[in-house]
Design a binder for this molecule. Structure first.
Ligand SMILES: O=P(O)(O)OC[C@H]1O[C@H](OP(=O)(O)OP(=O)(O)O)[C@H](O)[C@@H]1O
Ligand SMILES: Nc1ncnc2[nH]cnc12
Length: 200
């Protein structure tokens, strides 16, 4: 796996949304859970964001505004938390939603890509007939850390001939040990992780 710097991570505050109060509201709505799922991980919990309709809508709206006129026909969501944002974005921009699932969950013919995580290894699968060659795709997930998950998602889409326009995440770490290059694809990120423990 090719590892590189954070060159293709684009933060919303530095890309047109500087001072936008929605970004601070999104930041405040994230719950940080220390040492989950293992010691040393400051887990960024987006389920608290989903509880606040206004902030949830603001999150989806920012992505919809960015992607609505980009000729995107596929929004590919990464299991599990990409499923929480992807379908709303797909409906609003007039694209289909394609789930990228963990192994042995999809019933049809699949292609698979393995990847490394901060806390282990995993694999993503996609139905081979869900995306046609030449389609323009957006990949959506809640968090990018090493980028291993997004790289696997990009590889799946590129294997079937799709053009991955961009990846989009709510939260992005700037520097992570073992960071992966995303085959030159940009990642658009709304906020940096919360560092304080506001859990429980
Ligand atoms: O950039 P990376 O280092 O690849 O990490 C980011 C991924 O990690 C989390 O998912 P997780 O693997 O915990 O799976 P889950 O959502 O099914 O719990 C997160 O939702 C991203 O998909
Ligand atoms: N710190 C973190 N919080 C939530 N999801 C993650 N995926 C990888 N690192 C994560």
């Amino acid at each position: 796996m090719h590892r590189d710097s954070a060159e293709n991570r684009m933060y919303a505050a530095e890309n047109g949304l500087n001072g936008d109060p929605r970004l601070e509201a999104i930041h405040q709505a994230i719950r940080v859970v220390p040492d989950f799922p293992k010691p040393g991980i400051m887990f960024q919990d987006i389920t608290t964001l989903l509880l606040d309709h206004k902030v949830f809508k603001a999150t989806v709206d920012i992505f919809v505004y960015r992607y609505k006129d980009r000729g995107i026909s596929v929004v590919a969501g990464v299991e599990a938390r990409g499923f929480m944002f992807g379908p709303s974005i797909a409906l609003a921009i007039g694209a289909k939603f394609v789930p990228l699932r963990k192994p042995r969950k999809l019933p049809g013919k699949v292609i698979s890509e393995a990847y490394e995580l901060e806390y282990g290894t995993d694999c993503l699968e996609m139905h081979i007939d869900a995306v046609q060659p030449g389609e323009r795709a957006l990949v959506i997930d809640d968090v990018v850390a090493t980028g291993g998950t997004l790289s696997a998602a990009i590889r799946l889409l590129e294997r079937v001939g799709a053009d991955v326009v961009e990846c989009a995440c709510v939260i992005g770490l700037r520097e992570v040990k073992g960071q992966c290059r995303l085959n030159g694809k940009p990642v658009y990120i709304l906020i940096e992780p919360r560092l304080v423990d506001n859990c429980c």
